[in-house]
Design a protein around this ligand. Structure first.
Ligand SMILES: *[C@@H]1O[C@H](CO)[C@@H](O)[C@H](O)[C@H]1NC(C)=O
Length: 192
């Protein structure tokens, strides 16, 4: 909450800005009389009332923006995630970098619903994609980029078969996974 004196400052600032804009400032020799509390009645209410409206308006605009992007196939929403591709085929490191540069990471399906959403993009571009999953430098199991263990997988039959030499994972157009070398050219799909 703003203090009472803050409202007076805001009111004064508003008065000065307005009067300068209209070139109708009262004589500024000495401060204008400070209005009593009654003079500012209603100001706090109107200030508070505008904030929820602005936030509702913003949500509504974002909702419409997302709908337009989804309609054009630019983004896909699944749960709290948003998925998008730049349509580029690059190696694993470059794909991860382009996602991180814009505040996301390489898409990694955490459940079947997310796997299907990523598969839809793979199908849309008809290109296999790298997933945000890899083996550590030394071997060990496949993990998410942030080092967490997998809690969902959708390996193709007989995969992974790289015996540790294929440290990255690609998604086929049927949504199944295959372990793959990290220096191939695969579609970049990011999650946000
Ligand atoms: C795995 O964990 C994530 C949360 O970290 C959750 O969203 C997801 O549904 C889980 N997947 C399964 C198959 O339980």
């Amino acid at each position: 909450m703003l203090s009472y004196s803050s409202y007076i400052l805001i009111a004064l600032a508003a008065l000065l800005v307005t009067c300068h804009a209209l070139s109708k400032c009262p004589g500024m020799s000495g401060l204008p009389g400070i209005p009593g509390r009654d003079g500012l009645k209603g100001l706090p209410d109107s200030l508070d009332a505008e904030r929820p409206n602005a936030s509702v308006n913003l949500k509504h605009r974002l909702f419409r923006l997302e709908a337009v992007l989804a309609l054009n196939g630019k983004i896909r929403k699944v749960g709290e995630k948003m998925l998008a591709s730049n349509g580029k085929k690059v190696d694993f490191a470059s794909a991860l970098q382009s996602c991180e540069e814009v505040g996301g990471t390489l898409a990694a399906p955490k459940n079947e619903e997310e796997n299907i959403a990523i598969m839809d993009i793979v199908k849309q571009y008809n290109q296999y994609a790298y997933l945000g999953i890899r083996k550590g430098e030394t071997s060990g199991p496949f993990k998410y980029i942030n080092g967490m263990p997998l809690n969902y997988s959708n390996w193709h039959q007989h995969e992974p078969d790289g015996k540790g030499k294929e440290k990255c994972v690609e998604m086929y157009t049927d949504g199944t996974w295959n372990d793959k070398k990290c220096n191939m050219y695969r579609l970049t799909i990011c999650e946000f």
